[in-house]
Design a protein. Sequence first.
Length: 281
Amino acid sequence: MRSYVNLGCGRRYHPDWINIDIVPSGPGVIQHNLRQGIPLPDNSCDVVYHTAVLEHMRREEALPFMRECYRVLKPGGIIRVGVPDLEKLCQLYLSKLQAVLDGDAADVHDYDWIMLELYDQTVREKSGGGMIDFLRQNPLPNEAFVYERIGEEGRELVNALRNQERHRTLAQITRPHIFFRLWRRLRALPCLLKKLLLRLLLNSVDRRALEIGRFRLAGEVHQWMYDRYSLARLLTAAGFRNPVVQSATSSQIPNWTSFHLDTTPDGRVIKPDLFFMEATK
C-alpha cells in the first residue's frame, strides 16, 4: 500500500494520506511542529507534499527541512512543493508599476495589491496585516484581479470576512444576555491578569516589542521567497534529482487531481499565486 504524506496540511487534506499540521483542523490530522523534524521513519513514504509551508521557514531552516523530506521518502519517491511564485510576482509588479506611471488609473488598485503580495506577509506585525484591510473592502475595487491572484482560498476568506461583519452588526443590535457577558469576562480573566502583570513590569515600548515578537514567531509571516531557480537548487542540495516545474493540475503523482489538494472538485485552482515543483529521491 502506498504511503502519501501532506505536511502543513491546514484545511486541505485527504483521508487516505498522512496529514500533519501544527494546528490540526480535522479528524486524523497529526499535530506536530515541522521545525522539529518529520515524525515518520526513514524511507517510509512514496510521496511527500507540502504547499504554502516552505516560505514560512527561515532561510537557514529550509535545507534541514528538505533533507527531512528526503529522509522519509522511499528511493524513487516523489516530493511536490508549492510556494508563492516570486518570478511571476516580480513580473506583475513591473507591469503594474509601468501601467500606473503611464497614467492608467484602472491599474492603481492592482498595483496596491501587488505591493501587498510582495511585502505585507514579510513585514506585518499583526495577523492578516494590510491584506486583510484590503480584502475587507466591500465591494473590492479590483475583485477580478484579486481572485485571479488568490483563487478559491481568497474567495473563502472574503466570504468569511463579510459574514464576520454581518455577525458583528447583528451582535450590536441584539446584545447578549447579561449572564453570557459575565461568563465571557470570567473566561478571559487569566488573560487579563497576565496583561495587567506585564503592564506593571514592562513599559509601553517593551510590551509592544513583546507583542510583535510573539506574533512574528507564531508562523504566519513569510520568511523567504522562491523562484524556479532557487527552489530547484534547494531540492538538489537536499539530495533530490530532476526537479521539474508542474502546474496545479499536472504531476508525476498518479491520479493527482483526484485528491483535490491544489484544485477543487470542479477543477478550479485553489492558490493561483503558487508555482509547483516536483523531484525524486
